[in-house]
Design a protein around this ligand. Structure first.
Ligand SMILES: Cc1ncc(COP(=O)(O)O)c(C=O)c1O
Length: 354
C-alpha cells in the first residue's frame, strides 16, 4: 500500500519540526527557564501531583483554572481557554479558521509552529519578511492584504527568534486596519514586561497567547489564549474535551499559588540577560541583537555551522538559524544560569580564536 498517496499534499511537502535531541550538559537551545525550583517547593509540588486521582478523567475545559487565570488577567472567564501548551492553541486556532482558500499572515523569521500548524490545517501562508531592524514591514504587509486578506495573523511579541518586540504602534495599526483575527503571542511576556492584554476591550479582533513554558513549567505544557468571548466560544468546540491533563492542571494551579517565586526567577533571568549580552558584545566578530526575551539572537563574522557544531562538541547546545540570505550566520542562545553563560562565552571565544 502506498501510504503517501493517502496523506494530504501539504503534509507530504513538509519537514517535521526539528528538535535537536543531542544531549548536551549545557542546554541553551529551547528558551527554557534554567533555574530549578527550590527543593522545599519541589516537595510541595510532588505532594500536589501525588494527590491527583489517576483513575478519573481530568476536569473538562479546566473551568476552575480558567477562572483563576481570568481573575489574574482582569478578564471574564468566558474570555480564556487553556491548552496543552500554547502550541496546541495555535493548532486549534488554525483548525477553526481553515475555510477553503483561507490564508494566514506571519512575519518571517518567526516561530516555526505558526506555519506548520497552518499548513497542516490546509491554510495558505503569507509570509512577509521583517524589515532591516527586525520590525514589521507594514508597507509590504498592506500590499499583501490588499491582494488576499488573511483570516488570522500571528505576531510573536517579543518575536522568536529575533528577540525584539515589534513597534507597538505598528501592531496597533494592524489591529485597526487588518481583517481577521490578530493573535499577539506573548510567550516571552515575563521577560519583556509588556502586554496587549489591556487592549482586549478596545479591539474585537485581538487575542493574546501566553504560556507557562518559559517561566519554569515547559514540561507540564500549559498555554492560555485570552480573547473575545465569541472567539473563545468557537475555540472551545475545536478543543478536545480533556486537552489539559490532570497533572498539567495541578501544575498550573501550583504555579498560581507560588507565582511570586517564578516571577523572581524571571527577574533574575533578565539580569543574567544583561550580563550575557554585555559579554557577547565584547567578543570581536559576534553581533548580539537587542532583545526583550530570555534569549539573544546574534550573527557572527564566522561560519555559524562550524561554531554551532564546535559548541555542541564541547557540550553546549544552542540553536542554529544559519541559512543563505538574511539569516546568514545567525544563531540564538538562551540565557542560562550564570555558570552556563560564562561557559558559553569562554568556549565561544576559544572556538573563534582557532
Ligand atoms: C513565540 C512562541 N510561541 C509559542 C511557543 C510554544 O510554547 P508552548 O511551550 O506553550 O507550546 C514558543 C516556544 O518556543 C514560542 O517561541
Amino acid at each position: 500500500m502506498n501510504i503517501s498517496s493517502l496523506i494530504k499534499e501539504e503534509i507530504l511537502a513538509q519537514k517535521a519540526y526539528a528538535v535537536e535531541n543531542t544531549s548536551c550538559p549545557i542546554k541553551l537551545d529551547a528558551n527554557e527557564n534554567p533555574l530549578e525550583m527550590p527543593a522545599s517547593l519541589r516537595e510541595l509540588f510532588a505532594a500536589r501531583l501525588a494527590s491527583v486521582p489517576l483513575n478519573r478523567y481530568p476536569e473538562a475545559g479546566s473551568p476552575v483554572l480558567a477562572s483563576r487565570f481570568a481573575e489574574a488577567f482582569g478578564v471574564g472567564s468566558d474570555q480564556i481557554v487553556l491548552g496543552n501548551g500554547s502550541d496546541e492553541l495555535i493548532q486549534i486556532l488554525c483548525t477553526a479558521v481553515a475555510r477553503p482558500e483561507a490564508e494566514i499572515m506571519i512575519p518571517i523569521p518567526t516561530f516555526a509552529m505558526y506555519r506548520i500548524s497552518a499548513q497542516n490545517a490546509g491554510l495558505k501562508v503569507s509570509a512577509v519578511p521583517l524589515d532591516g531592524s527586525f520590525d514589521l514591514d507594514l508597507t509590504a504587509m498592506r500590499e499583501r492584504i490588499a491582494a488576499h486578506p488573511p483570516v488570522l495573523t500571528f505576531l510573536a511579541w517579543p518575536n522568536n527568534p529575533t528577540g525584539n518586540c515589534f513597534s507597538r504602534d505598528r501592531i496597533e495599526a494592524i489591529l485597526r486596519e487588518w481583517p481577521g483575527i490578530i493573535v499577539v503571542d506573548e510567550a516571552y511576556f515575563h521577560f519583556s514586561g509588556q502586554t496587549f492584554l489591556p487592549l482586549l476591550g478596545r479591539h474585537e479582533n485581538l487575542a493574546v497567547l501566553r504560556t507557562l513554558s518559559k517561566v519554569g513549567f515547559a514540561a507540564m505544557r500549559i498555554g492560555l489564549l485570552i480573547g473575545p468571548p465569541a472567539l473563545i466560544h468557537e475555540i472551545d468546540k475545536v478543543r478536545l474535551p480533556y486537552n489539559m491533563n490532570a497533572m498539567s492542571q495541578a501544575a498550573a494551579g501550583f504555579y498560581l499559588d507560588h507565582e511570586e517565586l517564578f516571577l523572581d526567577q524571571a527577574e533574575t533571568i533578565r539580569r543574567l540577560r544583561v550580563e550575557l549580552f554585555a559579554a557577547m558584545k565584547t567578543i570581536p566578530g559576534i553581533h548580539p541583537r537587542p532583545t526583550d526575551a530570555n534569549f539573544i539572537f546574534f550573527d557572527c563574522d564566522f561560519d555559524a555551522d562550524r561554531v554551532y557544531t564546535k559548541l555542541m562538541e564541547r557540550g553546549i547546545l544552542i540553536k542554529n538559524f544559519n541559512a543563505p540570505g538574511t539569516m546568514k550566520n545567525f544563531m540564538r542562545v538562551t540565557v542560562g544560569t550564570r555558570e552556563e553563560n560564562s561557559m558559553f562565552i569562554e568556549v565561544l571565544q576559544d572556538i573563534i580564536a582557532k
